[in-house]
Structure formats: structure tokens, C-alpha cells
Design a protein around this ligand. Structure first.
Ligand SMILES: Nc1ncnc2c1ncn2[C@@H]1O[C@H](COP(=O)(O)OP(=O)(O)O)[C@@H](O)[C@H]1O
Ligand SMILES: O=C(O)[C@@H](O)C(=O)COP(=O)(O)O
Length: 412
């Protein structure tokens, strides 16, 4: 295929992840947060990723924002669409992956959509239709305690069937192991959503070749890389720009197990830290003002941390007192205000942990999009915003990065 590859990602960190996968596969990739204006002037590109915040919103809203993104991409010559969802299939019991797929497949006249959340680089694999996080089934992993989309089933066909009436079928790994022709034969004549087992990058490159001419493909960064490689024959681009410099602050609302470890490392290193407590202060303006006053009181602080990240027990207590949506809403609004205040105080690097949290920060700052720079960790690139003088952004997915990532990314 020679036209543009367009991706619609259901959260902001997921969008950076898929943008990196495309870039590594050799595609010149642009990333936009939200659907850009029609008049947006685009530098040369092979792929465009649009980051939405549609993972945990009502399904009808997720569908309408995805359709808006689709229309924009098609006006920009996108001939193939990749719907990026989370490698841990984060979704609510009734959506939003199924409803968005239904709308996109209808609009792109796709009778069959190949997909898998498998992303071996991040430790996610699909086997016999079950999703594994490392050596643990999804529903036994920390994702079962996710604040917005707790994942309590690991069987992907069952999860997807609960979200759509479109037929869902499974291609197991014994078929994938037999090669491309075997996969093509297995899916031939079927219509609907095809969840394909994949354990390795090689499996995903094979699936990328199978899907290279399909108008719609779906999954996480793993299949996105396979597809990019199939489109470019794997010719890499030169590496990204250098890591940015200047004052840095970490803002974390992620309650993922990996983020909690990364925060523990920062605290152990003695980094200045300020905790946002929505129960004590259930007002976003007051929470933000408190955090900014704390920041102003610091002298010569290296990479301070502002966080609300909590372990599952504390999180549950907060959610019982304030409600899930209200506690998240207060914290996300406060975090956006804090990001704005920090940018106004000369902070040049903002390290955000958590997809929803990143979305809140990018939206509050009014960042439209950016150029993908160097990776601070696998799937976590620095983003150099286009337009106004915004700080460089590192949007870390909750589950990504080594335990020292937040500390190293915010070091002087
Ligand atoms: N202490 C807390 N109490 C209640 N909700 C919280 C708390 N800290 C963060 N949250 C919310 O939990 C959600 C975390 O999601 P996200 O930022 O995507 O990170 P992750 O998926 O890694 O946990 C956000 O909506 C955030 O505002
Ligand atoms: O596919 C993935 O795992 C990531 O790209 C992603 O979407 C992570 O979302 P958060 O854990 O909410 O950051």
C-alpha cells in the first residue's frame, strides 16, 4: 500500500505507543491529540496517529469521536485505518472496543477485521484466545484492579462478544505457527472480527503481511509494528531527535502497579514529592493551588513529583467516599491546572504517568500534536509539541518502563 496509514488510538499514551511502533517500522509519523482542524498544515508523512480519550467514556461518545477522526484521516488520504486499543484490552463490560469497531468497520466497508492486543515487547501475548500479562492471565494481573476499566476476564473472544453483535472468531497459535498461507486459509470465507493468537514479534510481522491490504486493522502496538514493517519492508528511519533538557516535573495519576514501583523509586531517592488527596480537598482549584504553592516553595529541586497514585486498597477507599467518576474528575482537572501552572513557571519537561492523566494534561495545555522524539523507554517517546512554546512531554503508559523510568526521565 502506498497511501497514508491512519491510526485512531483510544487514549493518549496508547497513541504515543502506536506512533513509536509505526516510526520504528520505517513510517514518518505525525501524532495529534484530538482531531486536528481541517486547515492543519502537515509536514511530510506516511502515517498519522490521532489520540482520542475514548477508552472509558460512554460508548456513543467513543463512537462519535472515532468517526470524526476517521473522517479527518480520510480527508488526508488515509487508505488504511488502524484502531489502537490497549494491549491489556482495557474496556468497560459493554464497550468501547466493540462499538468503535462496529462503526469503523461499517464506515470502511470492512467485512473482516484482523486484530490482536498481543505486544510481546510489553509482555502481552495472546494464546488460545487468552490474554497474558507476562506469565499471568490478564484477570489475575494488577489490571483486575484498574480504577476505570477493571479487567476480570482474560478470554478475548468472550470479552469482545459482550461488546458487539458482530461475529468474533479465533485463530489459534497452531495455525499461526504453520505460516501466512495457513492464516489466510483459516480466515478466508469468514466475516467479522478475527482475534489471532500471537506470541512473538515474528508472529506479528506475519499478521502484518496478512493484513497489509485490509482497510481496517485493530490491536495494540505489536500488530501496528507488524503492519508498518509489512508496508515499508522494514526499512528503518533515522533515529529521533535528542532528549529534551530543562526543568522537569513528574505528574502521576496512574495507579498501575508499575507506576507505583516507579514512584517508590523516586521517593527512595529523596525526590521532593507532593501528594494530591481528593478526599481531604475535593476541589480541583484548591488541589492545584496547593500543589503549585508547594512547587513554588522548592529551592533547586531535581525532578519533583506531584502524584495521586494509590495502591488498590487506598484507591478503593477514595472511590467509595467520592465515587469513581468524581474522584477521577477532580484529580484530572487538578492535574491539568497544575500542568498549566508549571508550564507558566518555566518547566520545560513534563513527565506524565497514566493514559487518562496524560490526556488531561495535554488537553489542559492545549497541545495539538507533536513530533515523535527519542524513546525514554520502549514505547515511551519524548514528544516535541508543535505550535506554541509548550514543554516537551513524556506520556508514560501506566504499565510501561523500568522501575527507575520516572526518576531518570526527570533527572537534570
Ligand atoms: N487517588 C486516587 N483516587 C481515585 N482515583 C484516582 C486516584 N489517583 C488517580 N486516579 C484516577 O485513576 C485513573 C488512572 O488512570 P490512568 O491515568 O490512565 O493511569 P493507569 O491506567 O496507569 O492507572 C485516572 O482517571 C485518575 O484520575
Ligand atoms: O497498549 C498499551 O498497553 C498502551 O499503549 C496503552 O494503551 C496503555 O494505557 P494506560 O495504561 O492507560 O496508560
Amino acid at each position: 500500500m502506498t497511501g497514508v496509514l491512519g491510526a485512531i488510538a483510544d487514549d493518549f499514551t496508547g497513541a504515543t505507543d502506536v506512533a513509536v511502533a509505526f516510526r520504528r517500522g520505517g513510517l514518518r509519523t505525525l501524532l495529534f491529540f484530538g482531531v486536528p482542524p481541517e486547515a492543519e498544515v502537515l509536514p511530510p508523512h506516511d502515517a498519522i496517529v490521532i489520540a482520542l480519550k475514548s477508552r472509558a467514556i460512554p460508548a456513543a461518545d467513543a463512537v462519535s469521536s472515532s468517526m470524526e477522526a476517521l473522517e479527518w484521516l480520510r480527508n488526508r488520504n488515509a487508505e488504511q485505518i488502524y484502531f489502537k486499543y490497549c494491549s491489556t484490552f482495557d474496556s468497560t463490560p459493554r464497550g468501547n472496543i466493540g462499538p468503535v469497531l462496529d462503526a469503523l468497520s461499517q464506515a470502511t466497508s470492512s467485512s473482516r477485521v484482523l486484530m490482536t492486543p498481543s505486544s510481546p515487547e510489553h509482555g502481552r501475548t495472546q494464546y488460545q484466545g487468552h490474554l497474558f500479562v507476562g506469565d499471568t492471565l490478564l484477570a489475575e494481573s494488577p489490571l483486575r484492579d484498574h480504577p476505570a476499566t477493571p479487567m476480570t476476564d482474560s478470554h478475548l473472544p468472550r470479552l469482545l462478544r459482550a461488546q458487539t453483535t458482530t461475529p468474533v472468531f479465533l485463530v489459534t497459535h497452531d495455525v499461526v505457527r504453520r505460516g501466512e498461507t495457513a492464516v489466510r486459509e483459516a480466515i478466508d470465507g469468514h466475516s467479522g472480527y478475527v482475534l489471532v493468537d500471537a506470541l512473538t514479534e515474528e508472529d506479528l510481522r506475519l499478521l502484518g503481511r496478512v493484513a497489509v491490504n485490509s482497510p481496517l486493522v485493530a490491536g495494540a502496538a505489536g500488530l501496528a509494528a507488524g503492519l508498518a514493517t509489512a508496508r515499508t519492508s522494514g526499512t528503518p528511519l533515522a533515529s529521533g531527535t535528542h532528549a529534551p533538557t530543562g526543568p522537569a516535573v513528574v505528574l502521576s495519576g496512574s495507579c498501575s502497579a508499575r507506576t507505583l514501583e516507579q514512584i517508590a523509586v523516586m521517593l527512595r531517592l529523596g525526590r521532593p514529592a507532593h501528594r494530591l488527596d481528593p478526599v481531604a480537598t475535593p476541589d480541583p482549584d484548591a488541589l492545584a493551588a496547593g500543589a503549585l504553592a508547594w512547587y513554588d516553595s522548592l529551592t533547586d529541586a531535581v525532578g519533583p513529583l506531584v502524584y495521586s497514585s494509590s495502591n488498590p486498597a487506598d484507591l478503593q477507599r477514595t472511590q467509595e467516599k467520592l465515587g469513581v467518576a468524581r474522584s477521577a474528575g477532580i484529580l484530572e482537572e487538578a492535574t491539568g491546572l497544575i500542568a498549566l501552572g508549571l508550564a507558566g513557571r518555566g518547566v520545560r519537561r513534563l513527565v506524565a504517568a497514566g493514559g487518562e492523566t496524560s490526556g488531561a494534561i495535554v488537553t489542559a495545555l492545549g497541545v495539538r500534536g507533536g513530533v515523535i522524539g527519542s524513546e525514554a523507554a520502549s514505547g515511551v517517546p519524548w514528544i516535541h509539541p508543535v505550535g506554541d512554546r509548550h514543554p516537551a512531554l513524556l506520556l508514560k503508559s501506566g504499565n510501561f518502563g523500568e522501575p527507575d523510568l520516572l526518576a531518570t526521565a526527570s533527572a537534570s
